[in-house]
Design a protein around this ligand. Structure first.
Ligand code: NAD
Ligand code: TYD
Length: 347
């Protein structure tokens, strides 16, 4: 394979995947297609920009003509598709945007691949998806054969795109692979998501808005571990297969927020317990999924992937990154995000 297209490479997870592929595979030309929505930021990739095997392309996956021309011009051999609208709360406010980007954008990419891949030999379309497609757990774990039961507009859009990806293999023989991952955290995550939002608010002495009673549970994975899994699955995964990726690291939201308060108090030289006082229980998210938890034994047993970081180590690295990247945080929290935050959290 000579040329790979990574979509959404200026976003949180995408930027870590781009960095990994550019540095690990100097013989591979890596093209990063991103429309730079509020969530995409070229600051995430400044260190990668000088690399000879890297090129950024600004563009919209919902623009079918543009996507078809792009595939015709560049003749990519493989696609790792991450571009998406990714935030559940935004999907509750504006589902249509999620249908456009996550479903129609995915179909456009696969149609362009079909049109240009005259032989499917050596080609691969890899869809990066979420464990949220499986719905909400009371007990047990999500495995690859867990029936889909998406419950938010975001997860419904990702479930739909997963179905399209499988349908394209079944109908047209497109060589595909899918992975469904649990919640990621780490450097470069947009501060609308739980962990960076709490870090930002603790830093600034602002209220820490915990939905409901904070009893909901998520399984957290460090973003570089996800990027490693994507690398392994892209190169060694079997066509048509699905792989679940997770951290075996379940936390109740309230316990996680308290742990972050403790780490931040220590890092900022504040009195122990002072940040916890900022915790405020707010109105619950509509249709809030109770628990997500992944059984990652397939990717571990068949492809040899395992998470490398302990959670507290990963959280400390994350906090350190945000504390030493003030400018990044200031840039992304001004403008559109400021308006969203005030509107959303005052409702
Ligand atoms: P993100 O919101 O940080 O980044 C998404 C990127 O896609 C941004 O750079 C944005 O500019 C780009 N984008 C959006 N619409 C586009 C369009 N129409 N055309 C081109 N580019 C567009 O998202 P993320 O958290 O990095 O997630 C990346 C992928 O991983 C998504 O597909 C998401 O569903 C999946 N995922 C995320 C998590 C998580 O915890 N964040 C977990 C599992 C799976
Ligand atoms: P989030 O980071 O939005 O990821 P997802 O909803 O995709 O799992 O939220 C993680 C958990 O944190 C989820 O249970 C909702 C909760 N949450 C809050 O309690 N307060 C907040 O301000 C946010 C953004 C999330």
């Amino acid at each position: 394979m000579d040329k790979i297209l990574i979509t959404g490479g200026a976003g949180f997870i995408g930027s870590h995947v781009v960095r990994k592929f550019v540095s690990a595979y100097p013989g591979l030309q890596v093209f990063n297609l991103d429309m730079l929505t509020y969530a995409g930021n070229l600051e995430n990739l400044r260190d990668v920009e000088p690399a000879e095997n890297y090129q950024f392309i600004k563009g919209d996956i919902t623009d079918r003509e543009f996507i078809f021309n792009l595939f015709a011009d560049y003749q990519f051999d493989g696609v790792i598709h991450l571009a998406a609208e990714s935030h559940v709360d935004r999907s509750i406010r504006n589902p249509l945007e999620f249908i456009q980007t996550n479903i129609i954008g995915t179909v456009n990419l696969m149609d362009a691949a079909r049109e240009n891949w005259h032989s499917f030999s050596g080609k691969r379309f890899y869809h990066i998806s979420t464990d949220e497609v499986y719905g909400s757990l009371k007990e047990g774990f999500f495995i690859e054969s867990t029936p889909y039961d998406p419950k938010s507009p975001y997860s419904a859009s990702k479930a739909s795109s997963d179905h399209f990806v499988r349908a394209y293999q079944n109908t047209y023989g497109l060589p595909i692979v899918i992975s469904n991952c649990s919640n990621n955290y780490g450097p470069n995550q947009f501060p609308e998501k739980l962990i960076p939002l709490m870090i930002h608010n603790i830093r600034n002495g602002k209220e820490l808005p915990v939905y409901g009673k904070g009893d909901n549970i998520r399984d957290w994975l460090y973003v570089q571990d996800h990027a490693d899994a994507i690398d392994i699955i892209f190169h060694k995964g079997v066509n048509g297969e699905t792989y679940n990726i997770g951290g075996e690291n379940e936390w109740k939201n309230i316990d996680l927020v308290k742990l972050l308060c403790k780490i931040m108090d220590m890092k900022l030289g504040r009195k122990t317990g002072s940040s916890e006082k900022l915790i405020t229980f707010v109105k619950d998210r509509a249709g809030h999924d109770f628990r997500y938890a992944i059984d990652a034994s397939k990717v571990s047993n068949e492809l040899g992937w395992k998470p490398s970081l302990q959670f507290e180590e990963g959280l400390e690295k994350t906090v350190d990154w945000y504390l030493s990247n003030d400018e990044w945080l200031k840039n992304v929290t001004s403008g559109e995000y400021q308006k969203y935050y005030e509107d959303f959290y005052s409702a």
